[in-house]
Design a protein around this ligand. Sequence first.
Ligand code: FES
Length: 104
Amino acid sequence: MAKKPKIHVCERGKHCCKRGGEEVYKAIKRELKAQDLKGEIKLEGEKCMGLCSTGPSVIVTPGGVQYGGVTPEDAAELVRNVAERGEPIERLLAKNQKKKKKKD
Ligand code: FES
């Protein structure tokens, strides 16, 4: 059986906190409820995930897709994307992921 996806949101790290990480966490939590996915997708509030320069940071596992500059307005799309196991959302990819993708 496939592992349930998990959304890790930096909500307590200093840099992400200043940029609204806590609001992103709350928005994703609301969306999981609104889309009736609380049992399907886990949500984890994190302290710092080492992606401070591109925060608010979100990592989706399995796969480890890293998103940066996420806003509460992105929550619905992000949750839908994770539920559908879609391709990573290009415009939200953290800068280092975009570079990595170009190299591929
Ligand atoms: S403070 Fe959020 S990733 Fe470091």
